[in-house]
Design a protein around this ligand. Sequence first.
Ligand SMILES: [Zn+2]
Length: 332
Amino acid sequence: MITAPVAVRSRPVDSSSIQTSSASKSSGRGGADGAGEITTASEHAAVKRVYAAIGVDCDPDRAAYPDRLTWRGVEALPRLFDLHDIKWTFNVRADTQIRDYCGSASYCYERFAKLWDAARGHGSAVGWHVHYFDRDGRQDTSERCIEENIELGAEALEFPDIVHMGWTFQSEFSVKCLARVGVRIDYSPLPRMRFGGNGGVDAYDWSSFAYRPSVWHGVRMIPAYTFRHALLRRRFSTERVMLTTTTSPLLYRSLLRDFLHTGADFFVSYFHADELVPALGDWRDRLYAFKNLSTNLERFRAMAARQGYEVVFVNVRELAEILFGERRSRHA
Ligand SMILES: [Zn+2]
């Protein structure tokens, strides 16, 4: 799945500190009496780590929408726990549309409560995914609609601290509202990407956002990785693109290669639950999409290792602590 933005010519800024392997050698000479000390030489290769956070937007299946809301993608999520040593961040849908279709904004949160408990139990995080829909299923970013959705959704999820926005839409007004209800982390930014919308939805503007964590009104903003790709640029008339983590490995490999060239020490990607369950619903399709995800993440580990990096998969709350916490300020 590809999100196509409007072209904005800019390179991302690598915010990370540059880490290098250090090689130290020390040698000792004998003293005046000629009793020489043992000469030692040691080399310590610094461990270079890339901290990776992968988000999952837990929306209803797009294949059945808008006639009804079905949740086959979310039902498939327990398979993610089979992937070794990977923590996830699950973004649970809660907003007025969920209330209108399902009777309660907390429908997804309550129906799949066991899944969220299992996720927390193995170190993953549970956050919030909120869309600003009007009654006709179009994007409505009026202040009234934003406020209503934020108040309703936050309460439905017991005031989450993490958000990943529907269509990645964010504004000064909405981020202030989110901060007011307790949100402290937003990992929606898509650096240098902007899209005017399609069919009344999917408009967002991150054209002024650089690839660098920053704080807006008390909310820690962590960008996902976007990159330039010649073929996709022609296809979508755009310069930078974001690929969801379930994208074909052939394409995703170019995103990973590009990322590893930056030397950055954090990586954020995400996908939608229904991408594990393609519209045709055949079990082989499901295996295939899931297979993309596992192939991409394994390849990330392997490509990074060849460059001397270890990929550590964390949830986005842990990533925020790494990027903004005490530790960072000591070493950055
Ligand atoms: Zn969504």
